[in-house]
Design a protein around this ligand. Structure first.
Ligand code: NDP
Length: 466
């Protein structure tokens, strides 16, 4: 059998769908999955599903897999992130040759990717960290691919990656070399952070709307919004979720209110702390999931609080404007983390190009993402546009109204609160940070700067002397 041009390791949800996509696009492929107990069937299942037998080779033997690939070998790893990748790399290394290319498509932490890249480069092997978004269907029909690596390595795999990727409105692939080393995984991590917030905002809207409307009615409201500039993949699927029934009852009503997570949201939040960037919305979305997981405690506490839910008439236009407001702040905070990382790590990220790669195939694709390509062009930020500032200012009254309603009806709207609070602080000329500085100087002699003096001058007061 002729050697394959590409290899995929890991036939889980993502790996098997990506593999079908690669074959569909006419590339010969070798697939490998480890033969641990209970999983040995994955390769035979895959081969049975795919009828193009002459262009696909499958095995549970790593050596056989590597030997089946054309050189330089191009291997796409799609397995669980973390130590499994290091273990696999160590198994692979003795089988590889100089100039081979290893691509990690999982949700690896970007610093791990930096480390693995350095490790493999020393052995003459190129390492690409590739963020993949779109879930199972995206992997099958066209994901959004965020690549971090060298130009040389990217050029070797570009044809395959760009063929399998989703296409933007100009039919360009939603796949690009966005920066070096771990930048692709960093960008994917922030993608997920933005996604956490978009999901949380919809969950908060659902909570508010549920006080007055049925699932079907909320779905209709969301579907109507989805016909406007608020159109997004997440809004679309949320409307669909709300109407889905099983045995005559809405599935949504039977789902336990405990949200899971796989860590990328908390990584995004931690990274913002490390970079001195601000992502109050991501942090609130992550914490909202954590709070939901304290189900038993919430049940016990809620029984001790007697509340009478006041009914508040919801204005749908107000709600819609507040939602627009919060989404702008979410995207602003997310892209600003990318800007800070780009500066800190010398990645030269093009935020407009990242927005373009996110316009199709990925979970956060939306009309606003399409608009973001222009808004972020030439290194601009959303808040460099007077039109955006005016819009946010105009919608202030709406978000304030919604937050007020949330307080009255006792519904937690932490992502909306974070958006509004951030906006107030960022548009406030004088914050009470002067008092923080004085307190720091009082107990720790940390010094402070003074109004009217150069930013380089620092002062200290002996506060305890009279
Ligand atoms: P699955 O759980 O469906 O599959 C995991 C794959 O990893 C399986 O092939 C599994 O093999 C393999 N694997 C797990 N542990 C090991 C190990 N120790 N050594 C070797 N192989 C191992 O996961 P997904 O396909 O959903 O996810 C794969 C990666 O893609 C993850 O990093 C995930 O975060 C990322 N991702 C997932 C998305 C999604 O929507 N699901 C979207 C974007 C990225 P085995 O069957 O033998 O256990």
């Amino acid at each position: 059998m002729a050697k394959s041009v590409f290899g995929v390791i890991g036939l889980g949800v993502m790996g098997s769908n990506l593999s079908h996509n690669i074959i569909k696009n006419g590339f010969s492929l070798s697939v490998y999955n480890r033969a641990v107990e209970g999983e040995a069937h994955l390769v035979t299942d895959f081969l049975n599903e795919d009828k193009t037998e002459d262009s696909v080779f499958g095995t549970t033997q790593l050596e056989e897999f590597v030997a089946s690939l054309e050189r330089p070998r191009k291997i796409f790893i799609m397995i669980k992130a973390g130590s499994a990748i290091d273990y696999l790399i160590d198994q692979l290394l003795p089988l590889l040759s100089e100039n081979d290319i290893v691509i990690d498509g999982g949700n690896s932490y970007y610093e791990d990717t930096n480390r693995r890249k350095t490790y493999l480069e020393k052995k003459g092997i190129s390492y690409i960290g590739c963020g993949v978004s779109g879930g199972a269907l995206g992997a099958l029909n066209g994901p959004s691919l965020m690549v971090g690596g060298t130009h040389g390595a990217y050029n070797e795999v570009k044809v395959i990656l760009e063929s399998i990727a989703a296409k933007d409105k100009d039919n360009e692939p939603c796949c690009a070399l966005l920066g070096p080393e771990g930048s692709g995984h960093f960008i994917k991590m922030i993608h997920n952070g933005i996604e956490y917030v978009e999901m949380q905002l919809l969950a908060e809207l659902y909570a508010l709307l549920s006080t007055q409307y049925s699932n079907n009615q909320i779905a209709s409201i969301f579907s109507e919004w989805n016909e406007s500039e608020l159109n997004s993949y997440l809004l679309d699927i949320t409307a669909q979720i709300l109407t889905k029934k099983e045995n005559g009852t809405y599935i949504i009503d039977s789902i336990l209110d405990k949200a899971g997570n796989k860590g990328t949201g908390s990584w995004s939040s931690k990274v913002a702390f490390d970079l001195g960037s601000v992502n109050t919305m991501m942090a609130s979305a992550v914490f909202a999931r954590y709070i939901s997981s304290f189900k038993t405690q919430r049940e016990i506490l809620s029984e001790q609080i007697s509340t009478k839910r006041e009914v508040e008439e919801l204005n749908l236009e107000t709600l819609k404007s507040a939602y627009k407001f919060a989404r702008i702040i979410n995207h602003y905070q997310g892209f600003e983390i990318l800007r800070q990382a780009s500066k800190a790590y010398n990645w030269s990220l093009n935020l407009s190009e990242i927005a373009r790669v996110w316009t199709n195939g990925c979970i956060i694709r939306s009309v606003f993402m399409e608009q973001s390509i222009d808004l972020l062009n030439d290194g601009q930020s959303y808040l460099d546009h007077k039109s955006v500032i005016n819009l946010l200012h105009k919608f202030e009254v709406d978000i304030k109204d919604i937050l007020g309603t949330g307080l009255k009806v006792r519904i937690s709207l932490s992502a909306f609160h974070s958006a509004y609070d951030y906006w107030i602080a960022m548009t406030t000329k004088r914050l009470p940070a002067n008092l923080i500085q004085a307190q720091r100087d009082y107990f720790g002699a940390h010094t402070y700067q003074k109004i009217g003096h150069s930013y380089d001058e620092f002062f200290h007061t002996n506060w305890e002397t009279i």
